[in-house]
Write a protein that binds this ligand. Structure first.
Ligand code: GLN
Length: 261
C-alpha cells in the first residue's frame, strides 16, 4: 500500500517572503524519506479548493500590499473552505502575514483593517517599530525553535480554550515584543512569525505536522509506523548554529575598553 498526503499551498506567489516555500519543500522531503508522497497543489488568487482533499494547508508571509489582495481573496473565494478545513482539523501552518490573516484582523499602519478568517483567536495591530532579527523559542516540552522575524504587526492571543502560544521567546521579539510569547497553536492549526524558512532548521516541528496529518488520514498505529526517525545531524547542526546566532545578536554588543577612542 502506498501512502500519500495532499498539501495545499495557498498564494505561493503572493506570500513567499524569505523563501517561506522552503517549508513545503522540507515537508515533502521528510515525507519522501519515509516513502510517503506529498502531493503539493498551489491555490492562488481567485481559486477555491475542496477541504476534503486537504491534509495540510500552508500559507506564507508577505508585505502589507500583498496582504491586502490576499485578505480580500480569502474572504471572497476561500472563507467557507478554510472554515470547513479548520473544523475538520486539517493541519495548517501559517507564517507571519499568513498567520495574521488566520486571526480576526490585521490593522496596518496605513489604510483600513484587513479582515481575517478567525480560525485562530488572535488579532494584530501594526506597531511603530519593525520587529526584526533572528529569533529562538522554547516550547512547552523544552525543545527549541529557531527562525527569522520581520514584522510590524503585534499579535495578541484571545481567550479561546485550547489556544496556546507556539513557544516562549528565548531571544527575539515574538508576537508583540511584550508578552514574551510567540505564535499561536489551536488543535492542528499553527501560526508563527518565524520565517527562515522555519521547517528546514526545525525538523521536529516538520515531523509533528506530518504525524498529525498522517494520524488524521490513516489513524494512529499506521502513522506512527510510517514516521520512523531520520538521522538529522545536518538539520540539528543548523538549528544549534541558529540558536547561537539569535543569542549572540541579542546580547548588547560588548563595548571594548578602547571603543571610546
Ligand atoms: N506585513 C505584515 C507585518 O509587517 C506581515 C509581514 C510578513 O509577512 N513578514 O507585520
Amino acid at each position: 500500500m502506498s501512502f500519500s498526503l495532499t498539501l495545499l499551498h495557498l498564494y505561493p506567489h503572493e506570500l513567499n517572503m524569505y523563501g517561506d516555500r522552503g517549508n513545503v519543500l522540507a515537508l515533502a522531503q521528510r515525507a519522501l524519506w519515509r516513502g510517503i508522497t506529498l502531493d503539493i497543489r498551489p491555490v492562488g488568487l481567485g481559486e477555491d479548493f475542496d477541504p476534503e482533499l486537504a491534509d495540510i494547508i500552508f500559507i506564507g508571509g508577505g508585505q502589507d500590499a500583498q496582504q491586502i489582495a490576499v485578505s480580500e481573496d480569502l474572504l471572497a473565494f476561500k472563507q467557507k473552505s478554510m472554515s470547513q478545513a479548520a473544523q475538520q482539523k486539517v493541519v495548517m501552518l501559517a507564517i507571519c502575514g499568513g498567520y495574521q490573516l488566520l486571526g480576526h484582523y490585521y490593522k496596518p499602519h496605513q489604510g483600513s483593517e484587513l479582515r481575517g478568517l478567525s480560525v485562530l483567536d488572535v488579532y494584530t495591530i501594526a506597531g511603530t517599530k519593525r520587529l526584526i532579527g533572528n529569533i529562538a523559542l522554547r516550547r512547552e516540552d523544552g525543545t527549541t525553535l529557531v527562525g527569522f522575524e520581520n514584522h510590524s504587526g503585534q499579535t495578541f492571543l484571545g481567550q479561546q480554550k485550547g489556544l496556546t502560544p507556539l513557544g516562549t521567546v528565548l531571544a527575539g521579539y515574538g508576537n508583540n515584543g511584550q508578552s514574551g510569547e510567540e505564535g499561536a497553536v489551536f488543535e492542528n492549526i499553527y501560526g508563527t512569525y518565524l520565517h527562515g524558512a522555519l521547517l528546514p532548521k526545525n525538523p521536529a516541528l516538520s515531523d509533528e505536522l506530518l504525524l498529525k496529518a498522517l494520524i488524521r488520514r490513516y489513524g494512529h498505529p499506521k502513522a506512527s509506523a510510517l514516521m520512523r526517525p531520520l538521522s538529522d545531524a545536518l538539520e540539528q547542526a543548523a538549528h544549534h548554529a541558529a540558536i547561537e546566532l539569535a543569542h549572540r545578536q541579542r546580547r548588547p554588543q560588548r563595548r571594548s575598553f578602547f571603543s571610546g577612542f
